[in-house]
Design a protein around this ligand. Structure first.
Ligand SMILES: C[SH](C)CC(=O)O
Length: 267
């Protein structure tokens, strides 16, 4: 295998996730912009991608996946990002909280909470890892809230307790958004809210938010990853700004692979 090109070793395949995700659209652009003509991007889900990654690493085989930070895969495996000299995956992405345009009027109290929600990649990583190690999504969220009351108090500062008002949160089943959405849901429940969680595809999540069938998401990767969805529904959405900074997206490989840049895929 050693003498084969990395393309031949991987059947010229990049192992990706759900086709509607921004990282998959960016990866299609990588194929074009880097002239990776004989390469293809295999879609699936985060679960199928991480299962393929696990299998490849167990057999020390080459694999190229669409990866992002924060993610538990970086603490479980020895991985590296391929350099992206053309900057197709964007520079410093953030995760934003976005609400339906009418929600601020409908529930200013919950909007204040959502506007004050902010945490770090390390905070998110802890919840993701607890879930990965078998805790239920709700229990991992509850455990984090119990251990981080100082941070939660900043979110709830000036926010009133309520009696059973409903908030509907949408998200996509990416490990990062499962973690954040469950923590926000539990913190709202502690304030007396009834919280409905709706798991959707990326496009459906933004469409549902714009239509008002959901009130809020804490899952918008911006300024580039979800830019087209935000533009498509811009008059129906209010961006409350970042709830997490320091994210990254790109092509990720096990450190035992010799390549270091997307450019190296052309050899
Ligand atoms: C997969 S990242 C969590 C977000 C996206 O690519 O749409």
């Amino acid at each position: 295998d050693k003498n084969k090109s990395v393309g031949d070793q991987t059947n010229h395949t990049i192992t990706g996730i759900d086709p509607g995700s921004g990282i998959m659209k960016a990866t299609d652009k990588v194929i074009k912009d880097y002239n990776l003509n004989d390469w293809k991007v295999q879609s699936g889900s985060e679960a199928t991608m991480t299962a393929s990654l696990d299998k490849a690493i167990k057999n020390k085989k080459p694999i190229i996946i669409t990866g992002w930070t924060p993610h538990w895969m970086f603490s479980k495996y020895d991985l590296k990002y391929l350099k992206d000299p053309k900057g197709v995956y964007g520079k410093n992405e953030e995760i934003h909280t976005v609400i339906n345009k009418n929600f601020a009027k409908k529930d200013p109290n919950a909007t204040k909470f959502l506007d004050q929600f902010t945490w770090s990649p390390e905070d998110m990583g802890k919840v993701m890892l607890d879930i990965q190690n078998g805790k239920s999504e709700q229990n991992a969220a509850k455990a984090w809230i119990k251990a981080n009351q100082d941070k939660v108090k900043q979110w709830t500062n000036g926010v009133n307790k309520v009696n059973g008002k409903t908030v509907k949160l949408a998200y996509v089943s990416w490990a990062s958004e499962i973690a954040s959405t469950n923590v926000v849901a539990e913190a709202l429940r502690d304030l007396g809210y009834k919280v409905n969680l709706e798991q959707l595809g990326a496009g459906q999540m933004f469409a549902g938010l714009a239509k008002g069938s959901d009130d809020a998401i804490v899952a918008a990767w911006l300024p580039s990853t979800h830019a087209d969805y935000m533009n498509e529904f811009k008059n129906k959405l209010t961006d409350l700004g970042p709830n997490l900074k320091g994210t990254k997206l790109g092509l990720v490989v096990p450190k035992y692979m010799k390549i270091n840049s997307i450019e190296d895929l052309k050899t």
